[in-house]
Design a protein. Structure first.
Length: 213
């Protein structure tokens, strides 16, 4: 499983990139709004830093509007992936983008059949939202398993991005269940690097080193 970071914050992206683990970035309108920056300018900065896929979401709700926005976004850099919401209009746009060889990430996926539809429309990635399903009393991770199973049975090349990741167990389980990618908030990436026994081990090694004769 590859790691993407789920943020539009440049410092967080730089820090995660320096770890050598970053295969891509996902943004969404809420994350960009939080930064208070020009959307296209921020995308230029991110795509210059990270060579992997950088998802940028369209705002339009109709296919025609999505296609026109998506073309503008895709023109910013070759590693832009156009993020499209999982709607009937979104599917039409995804199909059009696939004919233009523009990569797409279908977002706000909450069922396996939505994922299958998106894949058949030509999506490069689908993003099932784990945390938001957990929030309403469903098991987000089971959705990952279902999509993995269906894509394997039908030999579907669309990659599954575990999204709306809230904690390290989501990441661990998404990897075990066969998600291709997890897009992770910076705070959770930091949590993943830590273990109390690692810290205790370092302290003990240093204490012993100081005591040497
Ligand atoms: C995915 O690409 C989305 O940006 C993201 O994971 C949404 O997560 P949230 O439920 O924490 O907003």
């Amino acid at each position: 499983m590859k790691f993407f970071i789920d943020t539009a914050n440049l410092d967080e992206i730089k820090e995660a990139h320096a770890l050598g683990i970053l295969a891509g970035v996902t943004t969404n309108p809420s994350l960009v709004a939080k930064e208070g920056v020009d959307f296209h300018e921020r995308l230029r900065e991110i795509t210059a830093l990270v060579p992997g896929s950088v998802s940028a979401e369209v705002i339009a709700l109709d296919a025609e509007g999505m296609i026109s926005e998506g073309k503008e976004l895709a023109a910013i850099a070759p590693n832009i992936t156009v993020k499209v919401p999982m709607t009937t209009e979104g599917l039409k746009a995804v199909h059009a983008f696939s004919e233009l060889s523009i990569k797409t990430n279908v977002t706000l996926v909450f069922s396996a059949t939505q994922a299958l539809l998106a894949a058949r429309a030509g999506a490069t990635y689908v993003s099932p939202f784990l945390g938001r399903l957990d929030d309403i009393g469903h098991n987000g991770l089971d959705l990952i398993s279902e999509i993995v199973e269906i894509f394997e049975i039908h030999n579907i090349p669309t990659e599954i991005i575990a999204a709306s990741v809230r904690h390290p167990v989501h990441v661990n389980e998404a990897a075990r269940r066969g998600a291709h990618i997890a897009t992770i908030p910076f705070k959770v990436i930091q949590q993943l690097t830590k273990h109390p026994l690692t810290d205790q081990g370092i302290e003990k090694f240093l204490a012993d080193w100081k005591e040497r004769s």
